[in-house]
Write a protein that binds this ligand. Structure first.
Ligand code: 5GP
Ligand code: MG
Length: 473
């Protein structure tokens, strides 16, 4: 999982990209980077860590230009090594190019082998480098950027939302299923922004225009804004986990406010699994909108019983069990007065490994809670994600090994309920055929070796449409 942004037509663009990356920080904390183009050459700064760490002490003015792209990384394909930090920058013929990618290519190895057999070298283990090879190969053969992106849509299998800066032009495109999000908008001063989530557009005081469609390419060049679709619209597979966990609650993902989806889910969980209790409590922050919805529908008061330490940042990997327990306590402190002798409905978005849930329930019981009724905003996660979410293997997923009663027992909850897939899909408000439910059903929209595939073939039908968003002058 990663966050990407591209901005053009704004003075001192690096500052705007920096703020946009801040808004997308939740999508990746491993590394961050910005690349700009100052009309003759590329400027860049990237490194490991949070946006605030990577750009600490960096003079953003030195990243000159009115066009640039940025990236925050959460590793999927490729290890944590400096060569894998995005954006990727390179020169080809007389072009200066930078690429940032969110997603995961499942045919990475096949394409890499194809290029290696032709004598090409690779300097990273990231699948994003594959995209750069497809693009440069097309340019080498005399193709345009449109041709290169069409070629990507034909060759790349998996999820990809991509922004590319080539000289002074900005391109963005989304895979034919629209698995990972991507949207765009315009700033008050006539600039243009494309980003993983609408919160990055909000951060700049810009206006969300719409999502990039599955199989669509958009670009802003000296001729203005242009859009082109390479595939039909019929086979979307938006990632369901974006709604459950990954996207920020204040983002609009494919036209739907994520907060409202989570709140509706909370309401439906209370219908599916009502319980008598004294309070509804969230596991902050990911469970909050769900807990609000549960409380509204059930009439049980919403009371915060766990307070999150906002300065803890990423949870460090502690060497001993005892230190791990202390780490959880520093991150989440229970309010004993709200818990003592009480029956609590504890609401969270998902259970992945089950270890955090167990620790949280343990500290709540130690703080005096009598009963803990765990309610989960997603069905059981039973299968890995190959399409961009850093999800553990089947073995580590508690939901792939255990039934609900076994999970309840392991996390020591009084009762446990996961929302049904049907209610989840209703809360999102899109047909299930427009969603990727691989992690919940084990059926994936595209072919993955050794996994079951719900075939949704893509038709390549091309359409061009200009919009009046950026009139050609
Ligand atoms: P578990 O009980 O499975 O150890 O942890 C459940 C918690 O993990 C939930 O609060 C959920 O919000 C969080 N979670 C779900 N997916 C992810 C993820 O991809 N990364 C991180 N850091 N947390 C996640
Ligand atoms: Mg959480």
């Amino acid at each position: 999982m990663c966050g990407i942004v591209g901005i053009t037509g704004i003075a001192d663009v690096s500052f705007s990209i920096y703020y946009a990356l801040y808004a997308l920080q939740h999508r990746g904390q491993e590394s961050a980077g910005i690349a700009t183009f100052d009309t003759t050459s590329l400027c860049k700064h990237k490194g490991n860590g949070l946006v605030s760490e990577v750009f600490n002490g960096i003079n953003l003015s030195s990243l000159e230009g009115t066009i640039g792209i940025g990236h925050v990384r959460y590793p999927t394909t490729g290890e944590n090594r400096p060569e894998n930090i995005q954006p990727f920058l390179f020169e080809f013929r007389n072009h200066s190019i930078a690429i940032a990618h969110n997603g995961n290519l499942v045919n990475y190895q096949d394409i890499r082998t194809y290029f290696e057999d032709k004598g090409q070298i690779f300097w990273s283990t990231s699948d994003t480098e594959i995209i750069s090879k497809v693009i440069t190969e097309e340019i080498r053969c005399g193709g345009s950027m449109d041709d290169a992106i069409r070629q990507c849509m034909h060759l790349l299998k998996g999820s990809y939302s991509v922004v590319i800066m080539i000289d002074g032009d900005l391109y963005a495109f989304r895979d034919p299923y629209g698995i990972r999000p991507l949207c765009f908008g315009r700033t008050t001063d006539g600039g243009f922004i494309v980003a993983s989530e609408s919160v990055a557009i909000d951060a700049l005081g810009a206006t969300l225009e719409r999502d990039v469609c599955p199989g669509e390419m958009i670009c802003v060049t000296k001729d203005g804004f242009r859009s082109r679709r390479f595939t039909d619209a019929e086979h979307k597979a938006h990632c369901i986990f974006e709604y459950i966990y990954f996207s920020r609650a204040d983002s609009y993902v494919d036209g739907t406010l994520v907060y409202d989806v989570r709140r509706r889910i909370g309401g439906l969980i209370s219908e599916e699994a009502p319980v008598e209790a004294d309070a509804v409590c969230t596991v902050p922050d990911s469970g909050t909108a769900y807990a609000v919805g549960y409380s509204e529908r059930s009439g049980i008061p919403y009371v915060e019983c766990l307070i999150k330490n906002r300065y803890m940042g990423r949870t460090f990997i502690m060497p001993t069990q005892e230190l791990r327990e202390i780490a959880v306590r520093i991150k989440l402190n229970p309010i004993s007065d709200h818990l003592r002798g009480k029956s609590i409905v504890l609401v969270d978005d998902s259970i992945v490994r089950g270890t955090t849930s167990r620790r949280i329930i343990t500290i709540m019981r130690q703080a005096g809670a009598k009963e803990i009724h765990m309610r989960i905003g997603s069905p059981m996660i039973t299968a890995p994600c190959y399409l961009g979410v850093d999800m553990p293997t089947r073995n580590e997923l508690i939901g792939s090994r255990c039934g609900v009663e076994d999970v309840r027992n392991r996390i020591t909850a009084t009762t446990l309920h996961y929302i049904s897939l049907d209610a989840l899909v209703r809360s999102i408000g899109k047909p299930v055929s427009d969603l990727c439910t691989g992690c919940l059903t084990g059926k994936y929209p595209i072919e993955i070796r050794g996994e079951e595939c719900e075939s949704r073939p893509v038709d390549f039908v091309e359409s061009d449409f200009q919009t009046s968003l950026f009139p050609v002058e």
